[in-house]
Design a protein around this ligand. Structure first.
Ligand code: KG4
Ligand code: ZN
Length: 347
């Protein structure tokens, strides 16, 4: 039997994206980003994002079908991000996906965006080793997940108690005057700086925190420490060494994320680690996680940087795995859920 062809729609934040896969093979991944419209506000403006999705969804869909060279008749299922994300943004993708499923008479799967960030690595490296330990780091979430089955059995071992890793990047970029989105600009400034220049705090790693928050993260104290450090320099009339601040901040983030990931993998006796989410594109996080996994005998999988940030292909490939696992399709009446928990893979 041939592999299912699945079309995936993503619209949870500021990217309108449609991906098409055949089994675990990528056929197309077309994205229209509204990031430039938000840049001058220093963050995503939900109303602007929704409007941009409405304008982009039709053309993006047509580009994906052309790129994949498939006709609607050849598609076996439609998958769409059901949550979490911005409500108005999600609603556009879900409405479009429902319309396609009805018009083309295909089953519809409302999927979890966060789980798709982990599952996207199947496009690069094949079926997931299961169980595996996933470090999920995006603009809105930072979690350690024990993935027993990517299509339906995920346990959250810990998550951020305040800011997400990507959020911390975006805020520190603003403090340093580097623009939006913060991740890529801080990443490149950090490559010119000294990661040992400033000893920034490692959140929730002190002995007393480890009892209650061993697998949780906190980045808000780090962000405040960076703000304080810059404030004192400026008060004293000294120049702010942007590259060194970026590198030292990035080192603190990567250090905590990787140390807790390795600790969780060992605690749960899991030998495979997988990285996912927009921050998974970060050069230092990728390198340090690779180094620490190698040192402790863990095997690591990381999707290529281009698949780490939001895209339709990640929704399509998770949909393909869900179809292959013969999970029931979603009811056509489902609504997007801006707070969908990571443990719910299909709505
Ligand atoms: O997963 P994602 O595309 O969207 C959400 O689901 O939130 O993640 C976006 C986040 C942003 O905060 C962005 O600054 C961050 O990922 N990011 C990075 C890098 N590229 C994107 N953070 C650090 N280093 C990068 N190279
Ligand atoms: Zn995302």
């Amino acid at each position: 039997m041939s592999e299912p062809i699945v079309l995936g729609v993503e619209s949870s934040c500021d990217e309108t994206s449609v991906g098409i896969v055949e089994g675990l093979k990528l056929l197309a991944n077309e994205t229209a980003s509204s990031v430039d419209l938000h840049a001058r506000f220093g963050g995503v403006v939900p109303e602007v994002a929704s409007r941009a999705h409405l304008e982009a969804i039709g053309p993006t869909l047509r580009r994906a079908l052309d790129a994949a060279d498939v006709t609607p008749g050849q598609i076996d299922a439609i998958a769409v991000t059901a949550g979490p994300g911005l409500m108005g943004a999600l609603a556009v993708g879900v409405a479009a996906a429902k319309a396609l499923a009805l018009a083309w008479d295909k089953p519809l799967y409302g999927l979890n965006h966060l789980v798709a960030h982990v599952g996207v690595d199947m496009l690069d490296h094949g079926p997931l080793p299961q169980p595996c330990l996933a470090l999920l780091v995006s603009g809105g979430h930072s979690s350690l997940l024990l993935v027993r089955d990517i299509t339906g059995d995920i346990e959250q071992l810990g998550s951020t108690i305040d800011d997400a890793a990507g959020e911390a990047y975006d805020k520190v970029a603003r403090l340093l005057g580097l623009g939006y989105p913060g991740g890529p600009v801080v990443d490149s400034a950090a490559q010119r700086g000294d990661p040992r220049a400033i000893a920034f705090p490692r959140g929730l790693t002190a002995r007393h925190d480890m009892e209650k928050h061993r697998f949780d993260f906190s980045f808000s104290g780090l962000k405040t420490a960076v703000a304080r450090w810059i404030e004192i320099r400026e008060r004293d009339g000294l120049e702010v060494p942007v590259d060194d601040v970026a590198a030292s901040f990035q080192e603190a983030v990567a250090d905590v994320l990787t140390a807790k990931t390795v600790d969780a993998a060992r605690e749960y006796g899991v030998s495979d680690v997988i990285l996912g989410g927009g921050v998974a594109a970060n050069s230092r996080l990728r390198a340090l996680l690779e180094q620490r996994c190698a040192e402790t005998g863990l095997s690591l999988r990381r999707p290529r940087p281009g698949l780490c940030t939001d895209n339709g292909a990640m929704i399509a490939v998770l949909g393909s795995a869900v179809v292959a696992a013969r999970k029931p399709a979603s009811a056509m009446t489902f609504s997007p859920d801006s707070g969908l928990p990571v443990t719910q893979v299909v709505v």
